[in-house]
Ligand binder design. Structure first.
Ligand SMILES: Cc1ncc(COP(=O)(O)O)c(C=O)c1O
Length: 501
């Protein structure tokens, strides 16, 4: 019998959570059910998802900043289908694959790095592993510095420079030579570099966990200090790359007196995939590359079976074409500005909002202790239960009442993060702002129903913490949680039925 994918999916759909609980990740399935995120999505397009009842959702998470071009983009999908129809040879291994050469040259052109070589990986964390190895090999030094609160992935090397104990604990001892310094602190960097053993400083131009933006000039000066001390500067653009912050790379917006950051290596991934095929790229200065791949003997001294896979390269090429064609950098800047302004206006009205920050479509709303006495009491109760809880109380009703998918920005912080696809429209921004305002109105009534839910959430949290995944959902568990689903949703309800998978 021929395998019929469509039929197989149709038969299984609806059993998503049961299958996941039984065969994949029982704890995560439990978390999703507990917080009311256990929807069965059957279709996705652009910034929208539809569930099996035809309800439409607005995606302000983009698969963790993967779907910058929007989900199931027809041009990317067609490129992949075209490739499959060619019966082109892939993974011959003893050949020079055409498509990786094409994508590498495209990336170099866009980043204005004509002399680089590009190593392709299968993920962001693998790109970071490559950068760590290349830096150690090229400098002959053991030290890898990163910033506190950093996130560079969860494989062993990248985990050693992860700035969050929730991820690192239980997996030690970590890589020797790995150490961290405060983000945005040039003095700390200077002191570390002065030890003379540093191979590389690896840093996100804007930290994903918390959306922390460094001071103007920090990255340029950090790169200069590294050069001065013989250490390599590695920009982790896994999340910020491909237009997320309104320019192709986030470092493109950094310059001091005409001098840019000019990293020794740039790691990219996520959005290059077009939301379809995992891929990563490490743009590497040729002087570094030549020290690693120093002879024919060492021509594949770092590699992996699936790196530069053809489908991944096709997804990368097509994604870049869509990025240009649709001027997504421009749209990210424009929509980001409207969103930022709209949120900032709410900050004036709602005491819990401490700060709104971001660049392009990488935004965060940070909550803090309010001024008025009654709300202060509410804040203190919630904070005492769990430092993630307040942000949960925003994210959960955004989904339950307004069908918006977004995330808590990381562990132990009252920050909600917004990373929608770069193709969102003004109507989508309005959908979000209207919904966010309603959630704020409810949360600013203390005592009130929103706080009853918070208390229930908190009491379930204590003593039985669930691990979040990439900070999406933190510290929520317990069977008695009730998430209210009130009133009509703001977004249109016009999706397809299950048969349209
Ligand atoms: C800045 C940054 N670096 C590295 C990674 C790791 O990428 P991956 O999850 O593809 O391994 C991430 C993932 O979120 C990231 O945000």
């Amino acid at each position: 019998m021929a395998f019929d994918l469509r039929e197989s999916i149709l038969q299984a759909i609806g059993s998503n959570y049961e299958l996941h609980a039984k065969h994949v990740n029982p704890q995560f399935a439990r978390v999703l059910k507990t917080i009311g995120y256990d929807h069965v999505y059957v279709r996705a397009q652009g910034p929208y998802l539809w569930d099996d009842a035809g309800r439409q959702y607005l995606d302000f998470l983009s698969g963790y900043a993967v779907c910058n071009m929007g989900r199931n983009h027809p041009i990317i999908r067609k490129a992949l289908a075209d490739y499959l129809s060619l019966d082109f040879p892939s993974m011959v291994q003893f050949e020079a694959p055409l498509l990786s050469g094409m994508l590498a040259s495209e990336l170099k052109r866009r980043t204005n790095r004509p002399d680089d070589c590009v190593f392709f990986s299968n993920s962001g964390t693998e790109g970071i592993e490559a950068a760590i190895k290349f830096a150690k090999c090229a400098t002959g030094r053991p030290g890898i510095i990163a910033a506190q609160k950093a996130f560079h992935g969860l494989t062993t090397g990248a985990l050693s420079i992860n700035g969050c104990e929730s991820f690192t604990s239980g997996f030690g001892p970590h890589m020797p030579g790995a150490r961290s310094i405060p983000f945005d602190d040039l003095r700390a960097l200077r002191n570390e570099l002065a030890r003379g053993d540093v191979a590389a400083f690896i840093v996100e131009p804007i930290q994903g966990k918390g959306v922390n933006i460094p001071s103007p000039g920090y990255l340029v000066e950090a790169a200069r200090l590294c050069r001065q001390q013989g250490a390599l500067f590695v920009a982790d653009e896994v999340q910020t790359g491909v237009g997320r912050t309104g320019s192709f790379l986030a470092i493109d917006q950094e310059s001091v007196g005409g001098e840019g950051v000019n990293p020794d290596m740039i790691v990219m991934s996520k959005a290059l995939s077009g939301g379809y095929v995992p891929v990563g790229a490490v743009l590497t200065r040729r002087s570094v590359w030549s020290k690693v791949f120093s002879s024919m003997d060492r021509a594949i001294v770092h590699s992996s079976t699936f790196h530069q896979g053809s489908l991944a390269m096709v997804a990368g090429l097509a994604s870049l074409a869509v990025y240009d064609e649709e001027r997504l950098d421009e749209n990210a800047r424009r929509m980001g500005e409207i969103l930022l302004q709209g949120l900032d206006a709410l900050r004036g009205r709602f005491e819990f909002i401490r700060e709104v920050r971001g660049r392009g479509l990488m935004l965060a709303v940070e909550f803090g202790e309010p001024r008025s006495l009654s709300l202060k009491a509410g804040w203190k109760i919630v904070q005492a239960m769990d430092r993630n809880l307040f942000a949960q109380a925003v994210v959960i009703p955004l989904m339950a009442d307004h069908r918006i998918l977004c995330q808590v920005a990381g562990h132990n912080q009252a920050v909600v993060k917004l990373i929608p696809p770069l193709c969102i429209s003004e109507a989508d921004v309005a959908w979000f702002l209207r919904s966010f305002e309603e959630v704020m109105v409810r949360l600013h009534r203390f005592p009130g129903p929103a706080f009853d839910v918070l208390k229930r959430l908190g009491s379930n949290t204590i003593g039985s913490r669930e691990r979040d995944i990439d900070g999406a959902i933190a510290s929520v568990s317990g069977p008695s949680l009730v998430v209210p689903v009130n009133g009509p949703v703001n977004g249109p309800v016009n999706g397809p039925a299950i048969g349209q998978v």
